[in-house]
Write a protein that binds this ligand. Structure first.
Ligand SMILES: Nc1ncnc2c1ncn2[C@@H]1O[C@H](COP(=O)(O)OP(=O)(O)OP(=O)(O)O)[C@@H](O)[C@H]1O
Length: 286
């Protein structure tokens, strides 16, 4: 059959291939060695897929294993078993230099920002570009990309500032700009709003939403705040005791959640929907 006849075939004749997930964890597990020789299973054998373009939340109680699971995605923690794919490459099969290269597809931000304290905002964002000789390793290209990234997070006027001169929200925006500098396909966020007040959290979540919708960057976010999941995420997995207890689409209440956190999230969404219905007539009159 020619390519042309394939293209004109009826949909029922040729089933569309299922989209390849951007992230695939297959049966990964992580055990830590504790002082005294005991072991702790932070992530028990777990599989997870995240589709390209999704905003995926990992929620759970403190110590449930959320951050460890997130860090298995870019091999900041290497799994003791199982395999990890991101953007079509099996990270667990790569050599060190190939892994360094593949990680440019994966940006990451942290609760405590992790900025270089003695470097300006400009130099913080330029750091990964210089390290990996991106933009041809040329100063002009690097400067152009730094300015683009700072504009994305509304910090164009802070390029000469140092981290100590910035608010928490501004520091996290610098971290986002740095994470986006290498044009990653995915942004991993480890409790990015936990150190921020409510108003700053709201504006940071709006920035993350824009990064997802306008740049198409897939986001995986760890949080213990249900409101963050409710505001930002399309899918969520509830982590309990090192495993995924359940996963569902945020806002889909057709199947009642089985975990306490899952039920609370569904109730939060239902309350908001009810409030929105109450507010509607007033808005219509205005
Ligand atoms: N390097 C390590 N060595 C030993 N134990 C660890 C290590 N890292 C994490 N753990 C343990 O693994 C468990 C899961 O940790 P993790 O940070 O993944 O949980 P979490 O759900 O993200 O918690 P939190 O919300 O408090 O950050 C915890 O009991 C933690 O103490």
């Amino acid at each position: 059959m020619s390519l042309l006849s394939l293209a004109s075939a009826t949909p029922s004749a040729v089933a569309a291939p299922a989209p390849e997930p951007l992230i695939r964890l297959e049966d990964v597990a992580k055990r830590f060695l504790l002082p005294g020789g005991a072991h702790f299973d932070a992530v028990k054998p777990t599989s997870l897929e995240v589709q390209r373009g999704d905003v995926f939340g990992l929620v759970g109680k403190s110590g449930a294993g959320k951050s460890t699971l997130l860090r298995l995605i870019n091999l900041l923690e290497r799994p003791d078993q199982g395999r990890v794919w991101v953007a079509g490459r099996e990270l667990t099969a790569l050599s060190k230099p190939a892994l360094r290269d593949a990680r440019q597809q994966i940006g990451m931000i942290f609760q405590q920002f992790n900025l270089l304290q003695n470097a300006s905002v400009f130099d913080n964002v330029a750091f990964p570009l210089r390290l990996h000789k991106l933009q041809g390793g040329k100063a002009a290209g690097i400067a152009r990309r730094v300015h683009e990234c700072l504009a994305l997070v509304d910090l164009a006027d802070k390029q000469h500032s140092f981290p100590a001169q910035l608010s928490g929200g501004q520091k996290q925006r610098v971290a986002i700009a740095r994470a986006l500098a290498s044009q990653p396909a995915v942004l991993l966020c480890d409790e990015p709003t936990s150190a921020l007040d409510a108003e700053t959290t709201e504006s940071l979540l709006a920035t993350l939403r824009d990064i997802n919708t306008q740049l198409g960057v897939t986001i995986v976010i760890v949080t213990h705040e249900l409101a963050v999941i409710d505001t930002l995420c399309r899918h969520v997995a509830v982590i309990e005791d090192g495993q995924i207890a359940e996963r569902f689409a945020v806002g889909d209440s057709r199947t009642p959640a089985v975990t306490r956190l899952g039920r609370e999230l569904q109730q939060l969404r239902a309350r908001e929907a009810a409030l929105a219905r109450l507010a509607w007539p007033e808005a219509a009159l205005a």
